[in-house]
Design a protein around this ligand. Sequence first.
Ligand SMILES: [Zn+2]
Length: 68
Amino acid sequence: MLANKNLIEFVCVTHVEPRAAGPKITLVEGAWAFCSGHGEREHEWMRIEPTRLEHVGDPRRIQRLKAS
Ligand SMILES: [Zn+2]
């Protein structure tokens, strides 16, 4: 069950080049994940602070979750 479908909790750090197909939003471990390059497979997901979809775009600008 999704607590808040408007928040992205993972971003893909493999497919970072924007493509005409646009970003892909998918589910990873029950949370929304954002792949800006619309990769089909072999994503490498980085967990981030839950971020609103409209604020996701450049993974480098998103705060990484501190390891705890
Ligand atoms: Zn990807």
